[in-house]
Design a protein around this ligand. Sequence first.
Ligand code: ZN
Ligand code: ZN
Length: 385
Amino acid sequence: MKKDYYEILGILRNASKEDIKQAFRKLALQYHPDRVASDKKEESEEKFKEISEAYAVLSDDEKKAQYDMYGHAGINSHYTHEDLFRGADFSSIFSDLGFGGGGSSIFEHLFGGGDFFGSSGGGNSRRVHRGRDLEFTVNLEFKEAVKGVNKTINFPSYKECASCRGTGDKSGKLSTCSSCQGSGKVSTQKSFFSLTTTCPQCKGAGSVVANPCVKCAGIGRIRDNQKLEVKIPAGVDDGSVLRLTGKGEQGRKGGGPGDLYIHINVKPHQFFKREMRDIILNVPITCMEAILGAEIKVPTIEGSVKMKIPSGTQNGKMFRIKGKGIPDPRRGGRGDQLVRVFVEIPVNLNRKQKKNLEDISRDISGNSYPEKENYFRVLKNVPLD
Ligand SMILES: [Zn+2]
Ligand SMILES: [Zn+2]
């Protein structure tokens, strides 16, 4: 059960904006991982995430209204976890409290480098401007996984702003930061020693947007629905992950895109089963086909093929059809289809049919049943009671 946001911050439901902010400030001071003993770090990180999420939601009018009306369910159905933090103003609180980097570094540490601050996010290299990796699950039919398929996927994302070519600057390129001459670091003389810190002007990137692009407000990317055709290679297995380099979210200020990860989910087939590179299929045959031999039709993923059943085939016998298994997308080649026959005993026979079978049965001697003969020869001296 997820805890109530008001409870987490220790405030009443009618708390004012200022109350919410004050409550968060107080708790942030207490639980900020920079402030606690190392053995308490993990615990306080959890707590810190919890209070940050509560604050992010309750400090935003729209999210707060959703939460007040529908609780966590309303939040979950409207926002991703990262959306919750988008637009929330942590920077001013953290710099008030005297934590470095406007507080964003702690967020990158706790939440894995997410982009929670929009264009105000800090950091000390271009890497922090890189777009997020995106994940997507694609559901495939058994046959699609074996043969490969093209899938079109739609997802909300950011695309590069065309008018500034993703840089955020009208001119299409970034300017060297004048404070640090592009090094990303500045030195200050403090009596006896000099202190080198991340350049506050460019936040370590070494370059700045001199004339912000109007189309994207200097960020370099625009929110957009992406439509992407993904070629799923033949032979992918359930649970495998495809990585499409550079197809993730566009970064900010020329930071480059993230990657797109496609998780493959293969629906099980009613009859075909996959085992490594082979396909296993159980096929029913009649008693007579097993006794007399026959040529039967067997379905494969490529359509049906003819298969010979030799006379005297036993129940459960496995036959191999070469090359009708699953292609290996990495090494090439493909597996086989293994056909396991099961002999179906006829039911609903009439009196005449049974009579005919009895006549035939009397005619077949013990040496037509070597297994049975052997079985009772071996067990002859074992007392049955
Ligand atoms: Zn700089
Ligand atoms: Zn732009």
